[in-house]
Design a protein around this ligand. Structure first.
Ligand SMILES: Cc1cc2nc3c(=O)[nH]c(=O)nc-3n(C[C@H](O)[C@H](O)[C@H](O)COP(=O)(O)OP(=O)(O)OC[C@H]3O[C@@H](n4cnc5c(N)ncnc54)[C@H](O)[C@@H]3O)c2cc1C
Length: 383
């Protein structure tokens, strides 16, 4: 008797799927056809993104080549944008391909800042994600600096706005500041950071929050704390208080959001539209669907949306997909409560944040650089 071939579709080439594909390449899933649907050929590694902006890393050092990785895993690669799922008939809808049927589905598509919450944000901001869109905006700024003579900035300094004072926004501000200081004299550019809360990095401890506040001040970055942005137009960030911050370019690094097609497909989500999953990394409403990374919320063990959690889910995801395909009981995975966050400060130093503990040192940057390079090294020379 021949066994029916199973079909596993992976949507998105996020951090968990990168680890998963590496595992599948090493330990192939027997009798299973694997398809990766990704809207990009190379996916960025979030840990090194601010360092790329600062100019410490190259494009290839910060991106994972998904085509090579899929080849290594003997998976088919579809360069496409997933738009929806038919849960009843087990089909995935994409922009350019006919509906694709599946037996099992795994979703790792990340998240994006919600551009709908602020009037004008969709039209006038550069969102931190999707990363290709972010990098396009960043490159536009670099080109603007290159093509304009210095005289322009003497009269009207280049001004950037960053909306959002979480780890992403603050790390971005410091790293952008570092890069601009290599390109322009200090008095020819200005960075403004606007945050709704009165304190920065409200998910981290007080020491880390205070230290980064001080570093931003030392770098002469304008801080507007306790300001809720209401409207953004071509050159202005307008706050509820009436504050108006004039900027040439505006980055949006606010709270993560999920695309509406996830909820519209009928998957059970949390109140922000993220897929609710159990400790097997399985949708709580549809057991043939798995989800990891930012797009998933562990119902009983919620954690912050951070790349470190997406990376850690890669191995248990492989284990449980292997098990469900082979009709074996699944294994539960509970993420650790506290994780060490290493926040680059743009000057080849880093701040460590762990529970109530925090410290800053150039050695921590060396450690972060080592960890990040080790992570990326595993995807090199695969075939
Ligand atoms: C500026 C900034 C700095 C950050 N720094 C850190 C850090 O230092 N450490 C850390 O832990 N976290 C950091 N984060 C958070 C981190 O980026 C995310 O938590 C992490 O990327 C989530 O990984 P993921 O696997 O869920 O998805 P992602 O890494 O976002 O990958 C999702 C992939 O799916 C693709 N995709 C999306 N939608 C579709 C679709 N519909 N169809 C097909 N493909 C699709 C995307 O193109 C992408 O390749 C940072 C975030 C920002 C904004």
């Amino acid at each position: 008797m021949t066994l029916k071939m199973k079909k596993l579709i992976l949507i998105g080439g996020g951090h968990s799927h990168a680890i998963l594909l590496k595992k599948i390449g090493q330990f192939p899933l027997i009798n299973t056809q694997v398809i990766l649907i990704s809207n990009v050929k190379k996916t960025p590694y979030s840990g090194m993104l601010p360092g790329y902006i600062a100019g410490f890393y190259s494009d290839s050092e910060t991106h994972i080549d998904l085509i090579t990785l899929a080849k290594f895993a003997q998976a088919q690669f579809y360069l496409d944008q997933c738009l929806g799922i038919d849960l009843e008939n087990k089909k995935v809808f994409c922009q350019n391909t006919e509906p694709i049927s599946f037996d099992f589905l795994s979703i790792d598509i990340g998240s994006t800042p919600d551009q709908n919450l602020i009037t004008g944000a969709k039209k006038y901001t550069i969102p931190a994600k999707p990363v290709p869109q972010f990098l396009q905006g960043w490159n536009q700024i670099l080109t603007t600096i290159k093509v304009n003579s210095e005289h322009i900035w003497v009269k009207n300094p280049l001004t950037l706005g960053i909306v959002g004072g979480g780890a992403g926004g603050v790390e971005l501000a410091l790293n952008i500041n570092h890069r601009l200081s290599q390109l322009l004299p200090e008095n020819q550019f200005k960075i403004n950071l606007i945050n709704r809360q009165n304190n920065l990095l409200s998910n981290h401890n007080q020491w880390v929050s205070n230290r980064l506040y001080q570093l931003l001040l030392n770098e002469k970055i304008n801080l507007y704390l306790g300001e809720t942005v209401e409207k953004i137009d071509l050159n202005n960030i307008i706050c509820q208080s009436g504050l108006n911050v004039n900027c040439n370019f505006i980055f949006l690094v606010t709270q993560a959001s999920a695309p509406p097609w996830i909820k519209n497909s009928g998957l059970t989500t949390d109140n922000r539209g993220f897929i609710l999953i159990n400790p097997y990394l399985q949708s709580i409403s549809h057991e043939f669907i798995f989800a990891t990374g930012d797009i998933a919320t562990m119902k009983d063990h919620p954690r912050p949306k951070a790349g470190v959690f997406a990376v850690r889910q890669g191995k248990p995801l492989f284990e449980n997909l292997h098990r469900i395909i082979n009709d074996k009981p699944l294994k539960s995975y509970i993420p650790q409560k506290n994780h060490l966050a290493l926040i680059g400060t743009g000057n080849q130093e880093a701040i460590a944040s762990w529970s109530k503990f925090g410290c800053q040192s150039p050695l921590l940057w060396k450690l972060k650089d080592y960890i990040d390079r080790q992570f990326m090294q595993q995807f090199e020379n695969l075939i």
